[in-house]
Design a protein around this ligand. Structure first.
Ligand SMILES: Nc1ncnc2c1ncn2[C@@H]1O[C@H](COP(=O)(O)OP(=O)(O)OP(=O)(O)O)[C@@H](O)[C@H]1O
Ligand SMILES: [Mg+2]
Length: 379
């Protein structure tokens, strides 16, 4: 799929702007603080329903304005789609697909797909399990509304269980905790199985992308860690591994909950479950989360992102849009070249502060003070 047009009004440092993108490679070039990332953020908002940078939608509205608006016109295999996000200082954001307002953000999932990569994305490999779970969940949600709703449901049940653990007296704990355990395990099992399947699919693709970027000196590997085994997290029971089914995941989760009940009550918090799971990223057996060099972590994160493209292509039958923020400057020349070659087969919108020789056929845009112009065309 391709974003044909991005239209923004009072968003970040943009007053009003429309950009008609090329279906191939688009390069947004400009000095620091001109609005390059803001433009990618606007496109991302229409795909995922939130910013990749902040959870506070109001920060996106141009300073001094009450409202902001972003829309994309997208060409998909089965026709055109438009997505519009309206932001307001007084109310929650509103999103419409083909001019029809949606009532739940889940309805947006899959309308327009993108893969976003920025230097910040190094977090996926380097930082906490939360960042890796977000990576998995953002992707899977884009491909499956069911997963999106399951995750919401799980988080609601988890909040209730934690509240009970914290505030419930022994009577309430005895009578109600098993009920929450059952519900948590039922929702959690679906999440565990879906994530494990996703990692299974991702594995060979990441290996291929990593090989492609590095010339293949070392082999990258992924492994899900958590309920159901494979380097299981706190209290999870070992066992079935990647191929486990929902019933097995539920049984393993229920056992973990019951094994850790005392500790959960002591701390007033559920210490095991998909909200604590993680996945390992290893390079020739070495855990990159703890021991990777910056360059190794960056290449691993980029491989994960490029593998995502292929997953989307396999799941939904077409490539998503690739949004690359300031990635080239972080890569050595040979990796830059490999990445640009790779970006050929999808619509890519990428930012950079300077580009000496844009690849042939690329549409180059100059971003300056919240305006975007085709390179060389001055007004
Ligand atoms: N809500 C807002 N209203 C107006 N301006 C904003 C708002 N939020 C951010 N800005 C400004 O937008 C400017 C451009 O930000 P952006 O992150 O897009 O820069 P950039 O071109 O990607 O720069 P860099 O090369 O440093 O990454 C910043 O100077 C920032 O102060
Ligand atoms: Mg930027």
């Amino acid at each position: 799929m391709t974003i044909d047009t991005l239209t923004i009004k009072d968003f970040r440092n943009y007053a009003a702007q429309a950009v008609k993108f090329s279906p191939g490679l688009n390069v947004l070039a400009g000095a620091n603080a001109q609005g390059k990332t803001n433009l990618l953020e606007a496109a991302y908002l229409c795909c995922v329903g939130r910013s990749p940078r902040t959870a506070k939608d109001k920060e996106l509205i141009r300073w001094g304005r009450e409202q902001g608006r972003v829309s994309v016109e997208v060409q998909k295999r089965d026709g055109k789609t438009t997505v519009e996000a309206r932001l307001s200082r007084n109310e929650n954001k509103r999103i419409a697909i083909n001019s029809l307002p949606i009532s739940r953000i889940g309805e947006l999932m899959g309308a327009v797909n993108c893969v976003f990569f920025s230097p910040d994305e190094l977090k996926i490999v380097k930082e906490s399990p939360t960042d890796r779970r977000r990576f998995l969940d953002t992707d899977i949600c884009q491909m499956s509304k069911t997963y999106f709703y399951l995750l919401n449901r799980y988080n609601k049940i988890l909040t209730q269980r934690n509240r009970l653990l914290k505030d419930g007296d022994s009577g309430a704990l005895n009578s109600t905790l098993p009920v929450w355990d059952e519900q948590l395990a039922a929702a959690g099992a679906g999440i565990i199985v879906t994530r494990r399947k996703f990692i299974d699919k991702l594995k060979p693709l990441v290996k291929r992308e990593h090989l492609f970027l590095t010339g293949g000196a070392e082999e990258i590997d992924l492994e899900y860690e958590g309920i159901g085994g494979a380097g299981a997290g706190m209290g999870a029971s070992g066992g079935a591994g990647a191929s486990m089914d929902v019933a097995a995941a539920k049984t393993a989760f229920l056992k973990a909950l019951s094994d850790n009940r005392k500790r959960d009550i002591k701390y007033g918090f559920t210490g095991e479950g998909p909200h604590k799971d993680d996945f390992a990223v290893r390079l020739s057996g070495v855990d990159l989360r703890a021991f990777g060099s910056q360059g190794q972590q960056r290449t691993a994160a980029l491989s994960l992102k490029l593998a995502e493209l292929e997953i989307f292509a396999g799941e939904i039958g077409e490539y998503p849009v690739l949004l690359l923020d300031d990635v080239l400057s972080e890569l050595d020349l040979s990796r830059q070249k490999q990445l640009l070659d790779r970006a050929q087969k999808v619509q890519t919108i990428m930012t950079c502060t300077h580009m000496d020789a844009p690849p042939e056929g690329a549409a180059v845009w100059r971003v300056e003070g919240g305006t975007v112009r085709e390179w060389g065309i001055e007004s």
